[in-house]
Design a protein around this ligand. Structure first.
Ligand SMILES: Nc1ncnc2c1ncn2[C@@H]1O[C@H](COP(=O)(O)OP(=O)(O)OP(=O)(O)O)[C@@H](O)[C@H]1O
Ligand SMILES: [Mg+2]
Length: 160
C-alpha cells in the first residue's frame, strides 16, 4: 500500500526484538528523526523519543518475543503505542513505582534497571494508559498534544 504524501494521520510501525541489546535504542532514535521530518516540533519529538526509548528498552529487556512501537502522527497529536505479547506485568502499581525494577543482571551491568522507565514515560506524556495481564502481554498507550511549531520551540503562552 502506498503511503499518502500529505494530509491525514501518518502511522510508523517499528518492530523490536527481545534481548537484542545491540540494537536497543535504534527504533526510538529513528522515530525521533521521522517525527522531526514530519514537522513535529523539536520538544515534542524529544518527548516522543524518550517515551519510545523507554518502551523500546522494556521490550528488549522484558518481552518474551519482542514487540512493536506504533506511532501515529496527526495535525494535533502524536500517539505512541508500545505492545508485546508477554510475559505481562503482575502488579502494575508496583511496576509504576519509581525505583522498582526486576531487571536481570545483564541489563543492570549495562546501566538499565533504575526502575525509572515507566515513570519517565508518564512524565513525558500528556496522557498515559497501561494495560497488562500475565499471559497476554503489555500495552502502553501515550499521547502527546503537539505544540505550535514556532521558531523558539517553546510552548505558546497564554496571558490574560
Ligand atoms: N514490557 C514489559 N513486560 C514485562 N514487564 C515489564 C515490562 N515493562 C516493564 N516491566 C516491569 O516493570 C518494571 C519497571 O519498569 P521500568 O521501565 O520503570 O524500570 P526498569 O526497566 O526496571 O529500569 P529502567 O527503565 O530505569 O532502566 C520492570 O523492572 C519490569 O519488572
Ligand atoms: Mg525500563
Amino acid at each position: 500500500m502506498q503511503e499518502p504524501t500529505h494530509g491525514g494521520p501518518r502511522r510508523l510501525v517499528h518492530h523490536v526484538r527481545a534481548g537484542d541489546i545491540e540494537h536497543g535504542g535504534l527504533a526510538s532514535a529513528q522515530i525521533k528523526r521521522q517525527l522531526s521530518g514530519l514537522g513535529v516540533a523539536p520538544q515534542d519529538a524529544r518527548r516522543a523519543g524518550i517515551i519510545a526509548f523507554e518502551g523500546e528498552m522494556n521490550l528488549v529487556v522484558y518481552s518474551t518475543n519482542g514487540g512493536t512501537i506504533t506511532v501515529t502522527v496527526s495535525e494535533k497529536l502524536v500517539d505512541i503505542e508500545v505492545a508485546d505479547e508477554g510475559p505481562g506485568i503482575e502488579d502494575i502499581d508496583l511496576a509504576l513505582t519509581p525505583g522498582f525494577s526486576t531487571a536481570p543482571s545483564w541489563a543492570r551491568e549495562l546501566g538499565f534497571g533504575a526502575g525509572m522507565g515507566l515513570c519517565n514515560i508518564q512524565a513525558n506524556a500528556d496522557w498515559f494508559e497501561i494495560h497488562s495481564h500475565i499471559g497476554s502481554g503489555t500495552r502502553i498507550l501515550c499521547r502527546i498534544e503537539r505544540r505550535r511549531h514556532d521558531a523558539s520551540g517553546h510552548r505558546p503562552t497564554t496571558r490574560t
